[in-house]
Design a protein around this ligand. Sequence first.
Ligand code: IPD
Length: 264
Amino acid sequence: MTRDINEICRVMCLTAKSAGRIMYGTNPADVGITQKPGTANYVTECDVAVQKYIARELSVFSPEIGFFGEEDTEKGKLISDLAFVVDPIDGTSNFMMGLRLSAVSIALCDVKANRTLAAAVYCPYTDELFSATLGGGAYLNGEPMQVSARDLEHGLAGYGSTPYDRTVADRHMALLSRVYAKCIDVRNLGTAALHLAYVAAGRLCAFYELRLSPWDYAAGALLITEAGGKITNFSGDPLDLSAPDSVMAGNPVAYAELKELIEE
Ligand code: IPD
C-alpha cells in the first residue's frame, strides 16, 4: 500500500462524518423503503444514497482500494486484497422509526490476511466519532479510549437479536436469559457497530450476536482490540471478514465470562 494508514484513516473519519450528516439531515418519513431477503430486513433510499456518497469519496481518494458495502447489489468486489468494508447506516430499523441511534461504519480491511487496518464509526446524533488504526490505539473524538474493567456482574451487556434470521431465535433467547442472570442489565441498541464502539469506550462490558455480517463488525472489531478488549466468533476464532459470523466481544474479564456462558 502506497498510502500511509493514518492518512487513510483521517479520510475515512472525514467521510464517515459527512455521510453521518446526510443521515442526520434526512427525515425517514421522506424516504422509500424496500424489503431485503430475510425477516424484517429493510433498506431505505437513505442507506443507498449514503453508501453511494461514501463509495464516491473513497474511490476519488484511493481508487486502488476495493469497496464492499452492505447495500451493494453486486457482491463480487472482495477480490482485491484491500477493501473498504462499509455499512452506510448500521441501525437501519432505528433510522426508519426515528429512534436516532444509528451509525456510519467504515473499515479498511486486508481481506486476504483477514484483518482490519483502520476503522471509523460515527454516530451523528451524539456527534461521536470512534476511530482506530492497527497498532495505533483507539480514540473517541480524538481522545484515547479503553475498555472497562467491569465484569458481567458489575456491567451492562449488549446483545443483538439476529433479527433477519429467526431460525436462531430459540438459541438467542436461551443465551440471553443466561447473560441477563449474570449482569446489571442487558441492552439491545439495534446497532451492532455502536454496540462494539460502546464496548471499546467502556460503556458496555460485553456484546454478542449469533450472526452478523462483516460490514456490521469489521470496524468495531478493531476499535475493541485497539482499546484493549477481545473479540472473536463463538468458537473463539478470529472473525471472518469475508462472510457472516457469530460475534462475542468484551473487556478481557467480561469476554471470558461471556465465553463460558456461550459454551454452556
Ligand atoms: C443490523 C443492526 C442490528 C443487528 C442486526 C444487523 P443494519 O444492521 O446492527 O443491531 O441486530 O443483526 O444486521 O441492517 O441495521 O445495518
